[in-house]
Design a binder for this molecule. Structure first.
Ligand code: PLP
Length: 421
């Protein structure tokens, strides 16, 4: 990545300037945090009406405050059905967190097996998941916690490298699944191409009970008017004779309240039956009061889109600021590359090999908290030590600007010192 044209003298001058800037940065005594992709207080305020909206009865006259209605309110499922690309009758509204549903899906698979499988996943000597990298740290933490071996697959600008995926799943029956964030992926903002989705749906897998964990967390989280659309995985799986392959997840965590929203699970009729067989033992019904409030707040799909445009208006300037400052400070130096996503919550910053941990440590010294380097990879280990995840949504714009400018100083310092070492 370093610009081969850089001479030793130029690099030395850059390093000396970065050392001075770093000393100035530390002297400012900043306290900034761009670690986690949380909505900002102003984004949460967009949904405050929710707090007054959750009353009434369902279509059959049942009081929403009472038990029951395991599948979730149809009116809310209808609002999300198009964007999550799951027919309403195969889409459930449940709980407040999609990560919990992913956890449950894995646990149900481990303890009960899944349709099409011959035994429970825990009965297998070893099971593995493909993990496109860089990826979402909590997918990896969950897999590790449940004893699922993780096998990395490189990401391309079209999604996971499908040549690698197809080869691995065809030859290794231990591989039971793959983690996918198909739209505006965490952390690099990649949108899967139609061809990638089609190949995932159609590929031959050695495991008959292979599952795609399709975490469509950013289905409606566009930053621009150019709204990305992805191919319909569930339909393509059915068309290709693999109807039970896709498990679709989503939530309103970054639409309304993170932690007090609604999560969704969608799949084939057989998988929905499988899911309900377990969840009906685990729960007597979801929080329908919250679901009613969400349906009233959002109204319909157009209402959802209008609501998301308000989010975009609040956070787009933060993404633009990161790109502008990184371009001004690091553009043309050959010391860094970064994504410029059209949606989602993250920017992925790539620094020269062996520098990411040191950059994060330097930033910490200067009072700038970054997500630990390595967290974008299974077991927290980025073998090239080069990826840093930037999460600009939560802090105020001025803090995003200050943190990004400080981060750029740290990148210049660490990278030039390494190149001159
Ligand atoms: N999936 C992805 C890809 C995420 O980035 C996040 C949060 O950052 C989540 C899931 C968490 O979703 P939930 O709040 O619905 O559990």
């Amino acid at each position: 990545m370093p610009d081969p044209a850089s001479t030793i003298e130029e690099l030395t001058a850059q390093r000396d300037r970065a050392r001075q800037e770093f000393a100035d940065l530390v002297a400012r005594g900043l306290k900034l945090d761009i670690t986690r992709g949380k909505p900002s207080p102003k984004q949460l305020d967009l949904s405050n009406e929710l707090l007054d909206l959750g009353s009434g009865t369902d279509a059959d006259g049942a009081d929403l405050r009472n038990y029951g209605g395991l599948n979730g309110l149809p009116e809310l499922r209808r609002i999300f059905s198009t964007d999550l690309q799951v027919p309403v009758e195969q889409l459930l509204a449940a709980g407040n967190s999609s990560l919990e549903l992913m956890h449950d899906a894995l646990v149900f698979a481990l303890l009960n097996g899944v349709p099409g499988g011959s035994q429970r996943w825990v009965a297998e000597p070893e099971i593995a998941f493909l993990c496109p990298v860089p990826g979402y740290d909590r997918h990896f933490a969950l897999s590790e916690r449940l004893g699922i071996k993780m096998i990395t697959v490189p990401m391309t600008s079209d999604g996971p490298d499908m040549d690698v995926v197809e080869r691995l799943v065809a030859e290794d029956s231990r591989i039971k699944g793959i983690w996918c964030v198909p739209k505006y992926s965490n952390p690099d903002g990649t949108v899967y191409s139609d061809d990638t989705v089609r190949r995932l749906a159609a590929m031959r897998t050695a495991a008959p009970d292979f599952r795609i964990f399709w975490d469509n967390a950013y289905a409606v989280h566009h930053l621009t008017d150019d709204e990305a659309e992805i191919a319909d995985l569930l339909a393509l799986c059915a068309e290709n004779g693999n109807p039970d392959r896709a498990l679709v997840f989503g939530s309103t965590s970054k639409i309304t309240f993170a932690g007090a929203g609604v999560a969704f699970f969608g799949s084939s009729p057989a998988n929905i039956e499988w899911w309900l067989a377990s969840t009906s033992k685990r729960s007597i019904g979801p929080n329908k009061v919250n679901q009613r409030a969400h349906a009233r707040l959002l109204g319909d799909r157009d209402g959802l889109r209008a609501h998301m445009r308000k989010h975009a208006a609040l956070i787009r300037p933060k993404f633009e600021a990161v790109d502008k400052i990184l371009s001004a400070e690091l553009g043309g130096t050959g010391l860094a590359r970064w994504s410029n996503p059209a949606g989602g919550y993250f920017i992925s910053l790539e620094v020269p090999e062996g520098c990411a941990k040191a950059v994060v440590a330097k930033a910490k010294e200067a009072g700038i908290a970054l997500t630990p380097a390595g967290s974008t990879h299974p077991y927290g280990d980025d073998p090239s030590d080069s990826v840093i995840r930037v999460a600009p949504t939560f802090p105020e714009l001025a803090d995003v600007e200050a943190a990004t400018a400080g981060l750029a100083v740290c990148v210049r310092l660490v990278a030039t010192e390494k190149l001159l070492a």
